[in-house]
Design a binder for this molecule. Structure first.
Ligand code: ADP
Ligand code: TRP
Length: 329
C-alpha cells in the first residue's frame, strides 16, 4: 500500500489549469487500488501571505468545496486542514534543528525574493521577507514526513521542496536510524501545462485563467477572450492553438474528429469558441451546482475536514512519538 500525500494552498478559486493539472489526476489516483491518499489544505503555508482572516476562511472553504464538488471522496481520501494537526508544528521545530541556514538560503522562492530586492536597489536583500517564507520548506517537510508519505504529487516549482524534505529525513535518520520515510516527488510533466487565454501557461499570476466556478454567462464571455488570429471565418484552419488544446481535454474522440474537419472546411473563431464552451460547461455544470450547494453549507465542509483530521492525527501521533523517542525527548 503506497501512501500518496499532497497539500494545496487556499489561495482563491482554482482555475481550469489547476483542475486538469492537479485536481483531476489526484482524484483519479485516489480511486486506484493499493494506494492510500492524504490531501490537506495548507492554511499555515498560506499565512505567509494571506493577512485577511475573512479571506483565509473563505479560501479554505473554496478549496475544500472545489475538491469535494469535483469528486474527492472523503471516505477514500484523508482530507484535512494542516492547522488541525498540531503535531506538524512540533515536527517542524525538530526538523528546523536539523536544517542548515545555508540550505534555506538556497531555496528558490527565498532566493527569488532576495534577488528582486537586490535588483530593486534595496539596501538589505532580506527586506520585507518574513521568516515564514524563509522556513516554508521546513514546514512542508514536516507535512510530508509526519505521515510516512511515499509519493508526493506536485508541480515542477515544488520539486526543490521535496528534495529538502528528503535531505532533512536522511539527516535525521543518519543520527537516529531508520525513523523517517524518504518520500518521492511525482511531477507533472512541463509539456502537460494547460494553456491560458493568451496561449501562455494558465496561471493566476498571468491573469489569463478560466476560473472553475464562473456562472455560464461569464464562462462563455471568458472563453470568448481567447486570443485568435485574424483569419476569416470561411478560411481553412490548422487544427491547433488554445481553443484546440483546451477542447482536447474536455471533448470526446468523436467531437474532436468533428471539430477537426470543421476547422479544415473553415470555422469562425466565434463558432469554435462556442463549441469549446459547450464541452467545458458540460463537464463543469454538475460540479458547479455541488460547489455552490457546499458553499451555502460551510459547516458541512468543516465537519468533513474535522473527520479527516481525526483520521490523520492517528498517524501523526504515532510518527511523532517515534521521532521524539529517537531524539530522547
Ligand atoms: P497558479 O500558477 O495559477 O498560481 P498554482 O501554482 O497554485 O497555480 O498551482 C497549483 C497546482 O495546479 C499545482 O499542482 C500546479 O502544478 C497545477 N497547475 C497550475 N497551473 C497549471 C497549468 N496551467 N497546467 C497544469 N497544471 C497547473
Ligand atoms: N507548497 C505547496 C504549494 O505551494 C503546497 C504544500 C504545502 C504541499 N505542503 C505540502 C504540497 C506538502 C505537497 C506536500 O503548492
Amino acid at each position: 500500500m503506497k501512501r500518496i500525500l499532497t497539500g494545496v494552498k487556499p489561495t482563491g478559486i482554482p482555475h481550469i489549469g489547476n483542475y486538469l493539472g492537479a485536481i483531476k489526476p489526484a482524484i483519479t489516483m485516489s480511486h486506484t487500488d493499493r494506494t492510500e491518499s492524504f490531501l490537506f489544505i495548507a492554511d499555515y503555508h498560506a499565512l505567509t501571505t494571506v493577512r485577511d482572516p475573512k479571506i483565509m476562511k473563505e479560501d479554505v472553504h473554496n478549496v475544500a468545496a472545489t475538491w469535494l464538488a469535483l469528486g474527492l471522496d472523503p471516505a477514500k481520501t484523508v482530507f484535512y486542514r494542516q492547522s488541525a494537526i498540531p503535531e506538524i508544528f512540533e515536527l517542524t521545530w525538530i526538523l528546523t534543528c536539523f536544517c542548515s541556514k545555508g540550505e534555506m538560503n538556497r531555496a528558490h522562492a527565498y532566493k527569488a525574493l532576495t534577488q528582486a530586492n537586490i535588483d530593486g536597489g534595496k539596501d538589505d536583500p532580506d527586506q520585507n521577507i518574513g521568516m515564514g517564507i524563509y522556513t516554508y520548506p521546513i514546514l512542508m517537510a514536516a507535512d510530508i514526513l509526519l505521515f510516512n508519505s511515499d509519493i508526493v504529487p506536485v508541480g515542477a516549482d515544488q520539486v526543490q521542496h521535496i528534495e529538502i524534505a528528503r535531505d532533512l529525513a536522511q539527516r535525521f535518520n543518519h543520527y537516529y536510524g531508520d525513523v523517517l520515510k524518504i518520500p518521492e516527488a511525482s511531477v507533472q510533466k512541463d509539456g502537460a501545462a494547460v494553456v491560458g487565454l493568451d496561449g501562455r501557461k494558465m496561471s493566476k499570476s498571468y491573469g489569463n485563467s478560466i476560473e472553475l466556478w464562473l456562472p455560464e454567462k461569464k464562462l462563455k464571455k471568458t472563453i470568448n477572450k481567447i486570443t485568435t488570429n485574424s483569419q476569416a471565418p470561411e478560411e481553412s484552419k490548422i487544427f491547433e492553438g488554445t481553443i484546440v488544446d483546451l477542447y482536447n481535454y474536455f471533448a470526446t474522440e468523436q467531437e474532436i474528429t468533428d471539430l477537426r474537419s470543421w476547422y479544415a472546411k473553415g470555422i469562425g473563431w466565434g463558432e469554435a469558441k462556442a463549441e469549446l464552451f459547450k464541452v467545458v460547461n458540460r463537464e463543469l455544470e454538475g460540479p458547479r451546482e455541488k460547489y455552490h450547494e457546499l458553499m451555502t453549507n460551510t459547516s458541512k465542509i468543516d465537519e468533513i475536514l474535522a473527520e479527516g483530521a481525526k483520521r490523520a492525527s492517528i498517524t501523526a501521533k504515532q510518527v511523532l512519538a517515534t521521532v521524539r523517542q529517537a531524539c530522547g525527548i
